[in-house]
Design a protein. Structure first.
Length: 216
């Protein structure tokens, strides 16, 4: 049975949180995600780490599925689209953009997006080098501590450690809503996570393979 929609309201807007580690800003029909790190698995394989080659295709396959199954008017990526230098995933992503044209894509660049801006040229891709202010929000890759608007960013790959009644524990990726920021989970496979220490007033939604769950 499909999960009932998980909606978090912030700054008068509605975010529908998805188990695919992305969310939809419903008022603008925008699918928002961060940290795909396309090419990271290739990077690992070149370093001798035996990851399955087909795993490299999972990021774009999952993004494609979201676009096809959700009614969205735009896709926004909050940085680290690619893992580092140009790699075999770039022409695949160019083809991906053409497949979904004229659907607009937005990239707010991250620290791994180091290619010359000409390399990102595509008719339906718009680049922002640092931040994008839209509505009540400041979208970025890195946290913007002095942003006047509510800051929505990636980079951290947040997760929390849940402990059971016994000694068992489980670390899960999460959406972390603080007083002035939302930290978006990493969308890409094999990106790793970093354990955060949320404040008592924060809202944490952990992500399993099938559900998004608010942590009480």
């Amino acid at each position: 049975m499909p999960q009932q929609h998980v909606i978090h309201h912030i700054s008068g807007q509605s975010f529908r949180l998805l188990p695919e580690k992305a969310f939809i800003w419903e008022e603008t029909a925008t699918l928002i995600l961060a940290d795909l790190h396309l090419g990271k698995i290739t990077h690992f394989r070149k370093a001798g780490i035996g990851l399955p080659h087909q795993a490299e295709q999972e990021n774009l396959a999952q993004l494609s599925s979201l676009i096809l199954n959700e009614q969205v008017d735009r896709v926004m990526i909050l940085g680290d689209l690619f893992h580092s230098h140009i790699n075999e995933q770039w022409p695949l992503f160019k083809d991906f953009l053409k497949k979904f044209a004229p659907l607009p894509f937005v990239l707010v660049k991250g620290n791994h997006d180091i290619l010359h801006e000409s390399a990102y040229s595509a008719d339906n891709l718009t680049i922002y080098p640092d931040t994008l202010i839209e509505g009540p929000f400041c979208f970025s890759h890195h946290p913007q501590e002095n942003a006047e608007n509510y800051n929505i960013h990636g980079h951290i790959h947040p997760s929390v450690l849940l402990r059971g009644a016994g000694l068992q524990s489980l670390k899960l990726p999460c959406f972390h809503f603080g007083a002035r920021h939302l930290v978006v989970p990493a969308f890409g496979v094999f990106t790793g996570t970093a354990k955060i220490e949320p404040k008592k007033a924060d809202s944490i939604y952990v992500i399993t393979e099938e559900k998004v769950i608010l942590v009480d």
